[in-house]
Write a protein that binds this ligand. Sequence first.
Ligand SMILES: C[S@@+](CC[C@H](N)C(=O)[O-])C[C@H]1O[C@@H](n2cnc3c(N)ncnc32)[C@H](O)[C@@H]1O
Length: 357
Amino acid sequence: MSDHSTTGRAVGAHMRTGALKAGERVQLTDYKGRRSTITLAEAGQWHTHHGVLHHDALIGQPEGIVVTNEGGHQYQVLRPLLNDFVLSMPRGPTVVYPKDSAQIVQLADVFPGAHVLEAGVGSGALSISLLRAVGEHGTLHSYELREEFAEIARANVDAFFGDAHPGWQIHQGDAAVVPTDIERPGSVDRVVLDMLAPWDCLDMVSTVLAPGGVWVSYVASVTQLSRLAEAVRDSGGFTEPEAHEIMLRTWHLDGLAVRPDHRMVAHTGFLLSVRRLADGQQPLALKKREKVSEPAAEDTAAWAGTSWQAGQETADQGPVWDEANLGTRTVSGRKARRVRSHAQSIAEAAQEVPDGR
Ligand SMILES: C[S@@+](CC[C@H](N)C(=O)[O-])C[C@H]1O[C@@H](n2cnc3c(N)ncnc32)[C@H](O)[C@@H]1O
C-alpha cells in the first residue's frame, strides 16, 4: 500500500507510472484490437482458449511491452487509463461515460481544493473524475440511496487510487434530505447530480450551494431535462439553465480510407448547468424568455404520457419518474451483490501495490 502522505506523491500516482506491479490492473490488447483487463498477481495465470499467460512475465516489466502466451498469441500490455478503467470496472448501475465526465468537470469548473457534493454515486465512475479534479486538498461528499451501490463505488474508487482518497466521504441516504444535516448552508462549491429525479434536490441545493456555485445535473431523457429546467426556473435563485449534449465520434484511419467510424455511442445523457445567485436575489428576466410560451396542459400531457381532455387546465397526475418509465436499466439485489464482491476483490489487490518506481 502507498503512503502518499509521506512519499509526497499524489494519491494513486504510484499506480500510473513505473514498472508493472502485483495488484495492479493491466490491459491486454490482442492482434484484433480486443481488450481484456486483468489484475496482476504473483504466480497468477490468465487462461483463454488461446492459451495461458503467466503474470510473472509482466510483473517488473515496463508498460508497453508485447508478451507472448504459451499458445504463441501476442498481447500488447498497458495500464488502463482513467477512461479504460471506468469502462472495464465492475458496474452496478450505468456509469457516466468519460466524454460526459470530462465535460461535467469542465462545465462545473471543478477546481483543486473545491468542496463538491455528488449524488447518486452508482458505480463510482463520475466520483473518480471528480476526486481527480478536486485533488487531495479538496473534498467530495457523495450521497447514495442504495448501500450495495455505495460499496461497489467505494471498491472501484479504492481500486483506481490504490488507497482511500483522503478527500472522499460517501453518505448513504436520500440526497434530497441527508446533505442538509451534514453540509453547512452555503458551504458547497459545486453540486453534481446523476439521479432519476434531481428536481427533488432543489431545496437541498439551494441551501448548501454557495453563491456563484455551479450545479450540473446529468439526466438520461429530455423529459427529465425539461422538468428540471422548469423547476429550477420556477424556484428563482439560480441563473438561466443551460443544456448540453456531448457527441463523440471516433474515426477510422487506414491509408486513404479516413472517415468517421460506422458505429458510435449515440446517446448517453444531457447536462443541465446553472449557478446559484446570492441569497434573496432573483435571476434577470432574460428578454428572449418573454417570447416563450408556457407549455399548455395538452403539451405537458403529450410528453409526459399522461391523460388530458379539451378544456382541462392541467394534465391528470404527474408521471412516475422511475427506472421502468424512463427506460433505464434496473439492477437486481443479486446482481449488485455479485458486482460488489468482484469490485472489492480488485480493490483489495490494488491496496497491496507497493509504491516503488
Ligand atoms: C445512474 S446511477 C449513477 C452513476 C454514477 N454517476 C457513475 O458514474 O457511476 C444513479 C444513482 O442514483 C442513485 N439515486 C437515485 N435517487 C437517489 C436519491 N434520491 N438520493 C441518492 N441517490 C439516489 C441510484 O441508487 C443510483 O445509484
